[in-house]
Ligand binder design. Sequence first.
Ligand code: S3P
Length: 165
Amino acid sequence: MKIILIGFMGSGKSTVAKELSLRLKLPLIEMDQLVLDRTKTKSMTELFTQKGESLLRETEIIIAQEYALTNNIIISTGGGVVQNKNILDSLKSDGGKIFFLNASFDKIETRLRGDHSRPLFENRKEAEALYQFRAPLYLKYADHAIDVGEKTAQEIAEEIVNYGL
Ligand code: S3P
């Protein structure tokens, strides 16, 4: 079993991934954290400003390739992975199932207000344009899209488990 969560920043991937990891007793991979570890940076802000976004993207590809054949795992991705088909292809190989957490931009904006840990969410207009650009990509790559709405992480995790893995 291999569950991959995709979705825009603030859609709840990390929280749902933790819930799934607890329920299914499977290890959890946080791609953002692995990227920080590998690039020896403390935050995405530091990575973007001191090393550049391209290092994030290159490292995401490497990590996805490394985990291509790993099974029995939950993978929480960074919101930008859908901009590189190779990442999704690697993660999906060996039976990975991709779940898209579909949250409205309004909901995301409310959640991320006052949170400055995401360089690509610093400018509202640009973030909304990125959201619109990526929306069809998340849908395209997902095996199953989940409407986040007002659902709790527990409810979303249950929906994923019930979907049939
Ligand atoms: C990004 C999303 C972030 C992180 C980085 C870039 C993006 O991950 O990878 O700040 O391009 O959408 P989360 O989706 O976990 O916030």
